[in-house]
Ligand binder design. Structure first.
Ligand code: C2O
Ligand code: CU
Ligand code: CU
Length: 523
């Protein structure tokens, strides 16, 4: 796959520095020095926003299986419209999994298969993808494998794509997950062709934990000392509805966002588990924070700061695809859309009654805050293990059967602006990468602006970033790597598990909808 030249004039249409980098007219070093903190444009809410650190942190309820017969846990989820109280006293109409945002959490165990039957009572087709799941292709939520609403007539939507390989069902679909994978935090979200970004924004996202014996053997904080944090920005209209600059707010016909938001949609409210800038009561023990960036386009750089200004170390024990070999201490932890981090925080040094803030150093004003911890009682000290997992794959560059170059850049698509991979927008009928089952491959990725690149099915290791050693937070097994403006990175993986049609794409959800996705066929 080769690099496609994009003429400078075309690209400059999307704006100054961004265009220059996209046109390749700038060295990586120069691009870094004028690296924007964010890629995207921020909406302003039309109502008075609540004060920070008053709303208690909600914890999404864990879904109970409807059956556990035959060694398989079966779940039922209904996708439906619901009015959800995100801001205190304000009802926000959303598209939900089972009426809540985030949707119910699923807890599964390595090696014990689950089936999730999704019922679509929404007015549009939906697709469910388990992000980070090692899932057979027919259950992976390919963007055209729609679950159609009962009353659906075939619209001339979806950019005129017809996909002969699509397997579509009416009203419901049973997604089967073998759960043959390392313990980690996954998330499930909508993946409908051309409309993923607004569907996630409206609420179609939930958490999924995989557990296993390796994790259980470690003395990690558990119970109420393990806290999921789905961080997602949103903005609200004056009437409490979610604001979103969709070209077609029905999300039926015309995909895409208005021109000011082509680089990504950012909200001015930071929600954690659906609550704005919440507060969570803790004791003086060690907490395990399971952090997911469920935002469409917003990047964060997290920092935990005590009232006296002291920084609490963020001790990373896991990445997208599970535990690291050993903990990594961070002062600040960058978090791109769809990335997950498993982090220990020790509140032991803090006086009872004091508070610590989780800040976002990439934000400004109110988006500079995420949430607060309020230390309310004495807790037991938990030791932090010196080593964690010893089952991480170690692929060597010399084992690679193929080395591929893939460029993630702005360009033209359907006569307008698009986000392209190697110069092409997504087309379900074109196979972009064919990988042989069992092969180790090295992919060299290069970006113009921020692009969090995600591979379905497999986890990968980061070999290099910007021609140098990976960064501290690149440790472990990843399924999403955040490329910064002008940056290149090398990743290595082995394509195994299942054969079939998968995807890789940018997880800036607006970029994903506007072309930046490609087919990965494992044969
Ligand atoms: Cu979160 Cu195609 O994935
Ligand atoms: Cu995915
Ligand atoms: Cu992107």
């Amino acid at each position: 796959m080769s690099d496609t030249r994009i003429s400078r004039r075309r690209v400059l249409g999307i704006g100054g520095a961004l265009g220059l980098i996209a046109a390749g007219g700038m060295s990586a070093a120069a691009a870094f020095s004028r690296r924007p903190a964010v890629t995207g444009a921020q909406l302003s809410s039309g109502l008075v926003l609540p004060p920070a650190f008053r709303t208690p942190l909600p914890l999404p309820s864990v879904l109970r299986p409807v059956s556990t017969a035959g060694g398989v846990d079966r779940y039922e989820i209904t996708q439906r419209e619901a009015a959800v109280e995100l801001l205190p006293g304000v009802k926000t109409p959303m598209w939900t999994y089972d009426g809540t945002f985030p949707g119910p959490t699923i807890e599964s165990r390595r090696g014990r298969p689950i089936v999730v039957n999704h019922r679509n009572e929404l007015p549009v087709p939906t697709v469910v993808h388990l992000h980070g799941g090692r899932t057979p292709a027919e259950h992976d939520g390919y963007p055209t494998d729609f679950v159609l609403p009962a009353e659906w007539r075939v619209h001339a939507a979806h950019g005129g794509h017809t996909d002969p390989r699509a397997v579509q069902t009416f009203v419901q679909r049973a997604y089967e997950f073998p759960v043959d994978q390392r313990a980690t935090m996954l998330w499930y979200h909508d993946h409908r062709m051309d409309f993923t970004a607004p569907a996630i924004w409206r609420g179609l996202a939930g958490i999924h934990f995989v557990r296993d014996d390796v994790e259980d053997a470690l003395e990690l904080p558990r119970g109420d000392h393990e806290v999921p944090l789905m961080i997602a920005d949103r903005a609200f209209d004056a009437d409490g509805r979610l604001a979103y600059p969709a070209v077609d707010p029905t999300l039926v016909h015309q995909p895409g966002v208005t021109s000011a938001y082509l680089a990504g949609v950012l909200g001015d409210v930071i929600l954690v588990n659906g609550a704005p800038w919440p507060v969570h009561e803790v004791d003086t023990g060690v907490y395990r924070l399971r952090i997911l960036n469920g935002s469409n386009a917003r990047h964060y750089e997290l920092e935990a700061v005590a009232e006296d200004g002291r920084r609490l170390p963020l001790i990373q024990i896991g990445s997208d695809q599970g535990l690291l070999a050993a903990p990594v201490r961070h002062d600040r932890l960058p978090l791109a859309p769809a990335e997950r981090y498993d982090v220990l925080v020790d509140f032991g040094g803090l006086p009872i009654g004091s508070r610590a803030r989780l800040a976002n150093r990439l934000g400004s004003g109110r988006t500079g805050d995420v949430m607060q911890f309020h230390v309310v009682r004495q807790g037991a000290a938990t030791p932090i293990p010196a080593t964690l997992a010893n089952d991480l794959p170690e692929w060597d560059r010399s084992a690679a059967a193929v080395v591929r170059d893939l460029a993630f850049r702005a360009g033209r698509m359907n006569g307008g602006h698009g986000w392209l991979i190697d110069g092409q927008p997504f087309d379900p009928s074109r196979t972009d990468v064919t990988a042989r089952f069992g092969d180790v491959e090295v992919w060299r990725l290069v970006a113009d602006v921020h692009h969090p690149i995600h591979l379905h099915l497999v986890g990968f290791r980061v070999l290099s970033r910007g021609g140098r050693e990976p960064l501290a937070h690149d440790a472990g097994l990843k399924d999403t790597i955040s490329l910064r403006p002008g940056e290149s990175a090398e990743i290595i993986t082995r394509f195994d598990g299942y054969r079939g049609r998968y995807l890789f794409h940018c997880h800036n959800a607006e970029h994903e909808d506007m072309g930046m996705m490609a087919n990965l066929e494992i044969v």
